[in-house]
Every structure is written in structure tokens, then in C-alpha cells.
Design a protein around this ligand. Structure first.
Ligand SMILES: Nc1ncnc2c1ncn2[C@@H]1O[C@H](COP(=O)(O)OP(=O)(O)OP(=O)(O)O)[C@@H](O)[C@H]1O
Ligand SMILES: [Mg+2]
Length: 190
């Protein structure tokens, strides 16, 4: 579904004449995503409001690496947790273990939409295990969230705050969907 999100069709939104610091936040996140895609290393975290292009950039990284022959895992966090929960059985279910271990140790993992909503203690524990393993093994990981760092699980947050491993970029632009619409209407009206 996200196969068409690339760096090539990511706009730096110059026509919108965003405020300079807003523009810069977008450009910095874009450049960081491109650099990460060229050479995945450490963790890249992209913060920002709804529709600001976080998923687009994360998918662009995944698509770029796929094009290079890698096999990145792209997971939407709430879906991932649902899936893990659904396949979990106390009698050590093999498919659960397999899925969980694959995500936990993937050479490149993209976690889209990390949030705090409905994070049950069980889900929080699973997420923590994923992040902890990837932190200890320094495994390349991309994380997007529309929340703030303060809202995240403290154990996960402390790992993200380790700037030897994790680079954090916040896109402070308004949502692209909202701002792009008048443009499109105007153009099609010609
Ligand atoms: N700078 C951009 N250039 C081109 N398309 C963009 C840009 N920003 C966003 N879009 C497009 O707008 C839509 C919303 O963007 P996206 O899904 O990446 O937002 P998001 O930051 O992940 O939002 P949410 O927090 O709601 O998940 C997508 O179709 C995306 O391709
Ligand atoms: Mg998104």
C-alpha cells in the first residue's frame, strides 16, 4: 500500500511559503531520512503532527532499502501489537515467537505510529522487549510518532534519548493533506 511513497515524490512544500523554521524542520527530517536510507545506522525517530509526512518518509526509507535488495520490516505499531496479541498463547505458541523474534531482530525495522493509546501493560512489555533488544544490539530502526517523547513509556524514552544511538527530528509543519487541498482545487479549476 505504501509502495508509492518515495523520496522522489516527497515535496519540500516550497509553494506553501512555510515559516523558515517550519521549512527547515521539514528539510532536516527529509535529509536525515535520505541519509538513513543510504546507510542505515542507529535509530531515526520522526515526530510530528497528523499528516506531516512521517509515514511517507518512513515508507520511502523502506522502499529505498527494498530497492537495494534488503528486506526491511515495516510495521504499524498498533497493528503489530494486535497481531502479537492475537497469536499469543500461554502454551508457547510458535507463530507468536517467530513473528516476535523476527521483528525484534530484523536488520532494519520500521515502526510506524508508535503511540501511547491503548497501551496495555502487556503491550508495553512487548514493545519494551523489542526496543531493548534493538537498543542493545544497535539495530537500525526507524520510529514515527505523532505523540511527544514525554508520553512514551519511560524505559523506551530513555533509550531514545541516548543520542549516541538515536537521532530525533520533529516536523513542525501543518498537515500536508489540509494545506495541499486548496492548491489542488485551484489547479484543477484552471
Ligand atoms: N511533504 C510531502 N510531500 C508529498 N506528500 C506528502 C508530504 N507530506 C505528506 N504527504 C502525503 O500526505 C498524506 C499524509 O502523510 P503521512 O501519512 O505521511 O502523514 P503522517 O505524518 O504519517 O500522519 P499521521 O500522524 O496521521 O500518521 C500521505 O498521502 C503522504 O504521501
Ligand atoms: Mg502516519
Amino acid at each position: 500500500m505504501l509502495g508509492d511513497r518515495t523520496f522522489g515524490n516527497f515535496s519540500l512544500r516550497e509553494p506553501e511559503h512555510l515559516a523558515p523554521e517550519t521549512q527547515l524542520s521539514l528539510e532536516k527530517a527529509f535529509r536525515a531520512a535520505q541519509e538513513f536510507a543510504e546507510r542505515p545506522k542507529g535509530w531515526l525517530m520522526i515526530l510530528g503532527g497528523y499528516g506531516t509526512g512521517k509515514t511517507h518518509l518512513a515508507a520511502a526509507i523502506g522502499n529505498y532499502r527494498k530497492g537495494m535488495g534488503d528486506d526491511p520490516i515495516f510495521a504499524v505499531v498498533p497493528d503489530l501489537l494486535d497481531h502479537l496479541r492475537a497469536t499469543f498463547s500461554p502454551s508457547s505458541n510458535a507463530s507468536y515467537d517467530e513473528m516476535f523474534n523476527r521483528v525484534r531482530s530484523a536488520p532494519l525495522l520500521i515502526l510506524d505510529d508508535l503511540g501511547t493509546q491503548s497501551a496495555t501493560p502487556w503491550a508495553r512489555e512487548k514493545l519494551y522487549q523489542i526496543f531493548n533488544e534493538r537498543y542493545n544490539a544497535r539495530l537500525p530502526t526507524v520510529i514515527t510518532t505523532s505523540g511527544s517523547l514525554e508520553e512514551l513509556d519511560a524505559r523506551i524514552r530513555s533509550r531514545m534519548m541516548d543520542n549516541r544511538l538515536c537521532s530525533i527530528y520533529a516536523i513542525i509543519a501543518p498537515g500536508y493533506r489540509a494545506t495541499a487541498k486548496p492548491e489542488r482545487t485551484r489547479r484543477s479549476g484552471k
